[in-house]
Ligand binder design. Sequence first.
Ligand SMILES: NC(=O)c1ccc[n+]([C@@H]2O[C@H](COP(=O)([O-])OP(=O)(O)OC[C@H]3O[C@@H](n4cnc5c(N)ncnc54)[C@H](OP(=O)(O)O)[C@@H]3O)[C@@H](O)[C@H]2O)c1
Length: 337
Amino acid sequence: MEGFHVAIVGATGLVGREFIKVLEQRNFPMRSIRLLASDRSAGTKLYVKHEQVEVEETTAHSFEEVDIALFSAGAEISNHFSPIAARAGAVVVDNSSAFRMDTNVPLVVPEVNAEDIKEHKGIIANPNCSTIQMVVAIYPLHKVNPIKRIIVDSYQSASGIGSAAMEELVEQSKLALEGREVVPHLFPHQIAFNVLPEIDLFMDNAYTKEEWKMVEETQKIMHAPERAISATCVRVPVSIGHSEAIHIEFSRPMSPQEARQILAEAPGVRVQDDPGISLYPHPWSAAGTDDVFVGRIRKDASHERGLAMWVVSDNIRKGAALNTVQIAETMIERGWI
Ligand SMILES: NC(=O)c1ccc[n+]([C@@H]2O[C@H](COP(=O)([O-])OP(=O)(O)OC[C@H]3O[C@@H](n4cnc5c(N)ncnc54)[C@H](OP(=O)(O)O)[C@@H]3O)[C@@H](O)[C@H]2O)c1
């Protein structure tokens, strides 16, 4: 049998289950698959290509004879097990924040900086979901007309915190509709019928860590450490799909028509932009799909070299599982494994 021995760490989670789906749908060249999670779900059976596979507890021995290990079980697990997996001979593609800003670890969105993959020393990092969809949408424009400054406001779904947060959104909504008291667990306040400008911890500079990830990760992926970026990240009561209002200042003026033409041909991008018939991207229609959708492209009325646009993508697919699998596919296609 041809192909690679693959392991998924965090296989029972929202992203882990999506890994399985994406691998199946894209017919990834797998010789075998090992599903790993915590001791809580050891023994659980999940279907892969119509066959049941038993989930095992992740241990230091889990990576023997594994070629590619896809990690999505949080930064603590990645910090501990990724180096073990890499030493055992696997190439790790890690979906957590553990190694993203490590100078020895490539941080990759294949549509933007696939070449960086070849520098890997056993670990490759997958960026934050909100960063991925932004760079897929802005990079094709940047190649034609270098970007000077970006201001982005995100509207991020509950699934960005995992499966338990999606369930809590539904529970909170039921309680609120019944007029009963809502006690938040995974959110800092009630999220049902509300929006919260707090994702991850606040830092000394008054930004949140999520906002700072968008700044630093974008600079690293685009090889532009000086790029001026400011982000405000907001949690909204949406189940799946992150939205972003992006304001870009270019080196030269760019018309909305030119931007639409460039984006219409850009890999991984789908333009949905006809305000006359209310055609623009929104999370409900983006959920479950692979593309980064762009609409509401218009001149920024406040700046002669500015454009504004609205960008939406499924945070579990392109924001996590799909991008991770695309990194692995690129590595295989170009012989970097
Ligand atoms: N959701 C998103 O939009 C998104 C986007 C980008 C990146 N990410 C990142 O992806 C990771 C997982 O997110 P998620 O949304 O899939 O979370 P999730 O639904 O809560 O799943 C967490 C997974 O981690 C596993 N896990 C927990 N403790 C473990 C341990 N001690 N050893 C091994 N596995 C353990 C869980 O296994 P059990 O079932 O056994 O507990 C489960 O499979 C996080 O790092 C997150 O930041 C998420």
